[in-house]
Design a protein around this ligand. Sequence first.
Ligand SMILES: [Zn+2]
Length: 81
Amino acid sequence: MAESSKPASGLQRAYFEKTCTYCGALFHVELSRQGGSNSERMFACPECGKHYEVLSALPPKVRLINARTDGKSGGYQETMF
Ligand SMILES: [Zn+2]
């Protein structure tokens, strides 16, 4: 994967692990914090696609750690009006 990363001063990487509340998959989320330029970013569960939001300066990177535990294969259905 060719990815050009320009050095950004003041950018802080942060990591956390999250268990999807819908399918039970465990995934690793990497985000970047920068003073004053953080905003709500969407990221999706890599297994079911359920959306979450996190405060980050750049779009979060998501990496699957453990597969879903609900035994299903369908995607998360966002509530429709
Ligand atoms: Zn999920």
